[in-house]
Write a protein that binds this ligand. Structure first.
Ligand SMILES: [Zn+2]
Length: 412
């Protein structure tokens, strides 16, 4: 059974940190109030906007451009506004008096990406970067703080920073979840996750465990075109050519960014459409050794793609994780047999079970499976129990599979 708890802890805040929080909170409230204004319609509650995703799509980019807030603080502010408007609409339906939500009190909502809660300190995102504060340790024991915040069995979820002007104190309300091991039947009902595995490569820029390919050949083609134009200009050697070269460089960079943005959006859309909770990539460290034929613009593309997917996915509450890439290209995603000779360039053919499939697609499934296995072991060790299903499924073209192998519904 999943247990959620909230604990309130006081923070030790320096004057400098206080200023950083105040400036950040100003922009946070600005976003929340602007979002509330956007969602509100004072004449008709049916015209109030209460669809979180649609509101986010309409406002996120603008707010990001107009503030210096961390991406997740912008999202949190929008979420606050939508929830407040939703609450108003509910009261309005019951013919209670309502008015447009206005945020004036001192608070900011943090999540795992905009903050880090450690055993006796917290790090919170502000306009001045991360601010690290110590907790005021409670004098009496056991307090909820000790039981929940410092317990390793609890996982930190979200928190809200408050400031009390009367006592001049900052406090953090931390929401935590844990898996209750005292469950009646001894089995733990963990939150089931479905993930999308992504393999990065040169032939195909990205391949998903669902069998969707993002070809990179048009990317390669345009990079070559830019290179041709560049070398022509370099040969001329005039001042005009030099200026044109600078402009070309800027244009190329803008084009490359736009290209990768489009692909990142498509990958996130794939995860949304197939109802995935997380997108799994391989670790990028050492990718140069694994893909010796990758050129600088490929490596650039992999890093950008990962970054864009990570921040784009966060808007939809989809996590992005990385796993170690060891042998993901040599392992058979069907039977688990791992051998160098399983792979022949773009084709994968298992020496043991004869499973034949595109090599990158096979690798994408293995990347999802590796994450599933890691999660399974992590939760099992936490629950100290031998029972329990694998907590993660990997999304395939049809159906899903777990680390134990394909399920009856699984397709290729
Ligand atoms: Zn096999």
């Amino acid at each position: 059974m999943e247990v959620r708890r909230t604990a309130s802890v006081k923070l030790i805040v320096s004057d400098e940190q206080r200023d950083a929080f105040a400036a950040t909170r100003e922009q946070f409230l600005w976003c929340a109030n602007r979002a509330a204004e956007f969602c509100w319609n004072k004449y008709d509650y049916r015209k109030c906007r209460t669809n979180k995703r649609k509101v986010r799509d309409a406002l996120y980019d603008k707010f990001r451009a107009e503030t210096d807030l961390h991406a997740n603080l912008v999202q949190a502010a929008i979420k606050r506004a939508v929830e407040a408007v939703k609450g108003c609409v509910e009261r309005w339906k019951k013919r209670q008096r309502v008015s447009k939500p206005e945020f004036t009190s001192w608070f900011m909502d943090y999540d795992k990406r905009s903050s880090t809660v450690r055993r006796n300190e917290v790090s919170l995102s502000t306009l001045d970067g991360r601010v690290e504060c110590d907790f005021v340790l409670p004098s009496s024991s056991p307090t909820p703080y000790e039981r929940y915040v410092v317990s390793e069995e609890f996982e930190f979820r979200t928190s809200t920073l408050h400031y009390d002007a009367v006592t001049d104190e900052f406090s953090l309300h931390v929401s935590i979840r844990a898996y209750d091991s005292d469950d009646a039947d001894g089995s733990a009902d963990t939150e089931h996750q479905t993930v999308l595995g992504i393999d990065l490569g040169v032939n195909s820029l990205a391949v998903a465990s669902t069998g969707t390919f993002w070809q990179g050949d048009d990317y390669d083609h345009w990079i070559r075109e830019f290179e041709k134009r560049r070398s022509k200009l370099q040969q001329r050697g005039t001042q005009a050519a030099h200026n044109a070269l600078l402009r070309l460089g800027k244009r190329e960079e803008a084009w490359r960014k736009q290209y990768i943005h489009t692909k990142a959006n498509e990958i996130v859309a794939e995860a949304i459409e197939t109802d995935c909770d997380a997108i799994i990539f391989e670790e990028l460290d050492g990718i140069r050794d694994r893909l010796p034929w990758a050129e600088w613009h490929h490596l650039w593309a992999f890093r950008r793609l990962f970054e864009y997917v990570e921040y784009k996915a966060a808007e939809y509450g989809i996590a992005v994780e990385q796993v170690k890439p060891d042998h993901t290209s040599q392992r058979c995603s069907k039977c688990g047999f791992t051998h160098k000779a399983n792979r022949d360039a773009e084709q994968f053919c298992c020496l043991r079970c004869d499973y034949e499939v595109n090599a990158d697609y096979n690798a994408a499934k293995n990347i999802g499976l590796r994450y599933a296995r890691n999660e399974y072991h992590r939760l099992r060790s936490r629950q100290k129990s031998e029972t329990g299903d694998a907590p993660v499924d990997v999304r395939l073209n049809r159906g899903t599979m777990t680390d134990d192998g394909p399920r009856p519904t699984a397709g290729d």
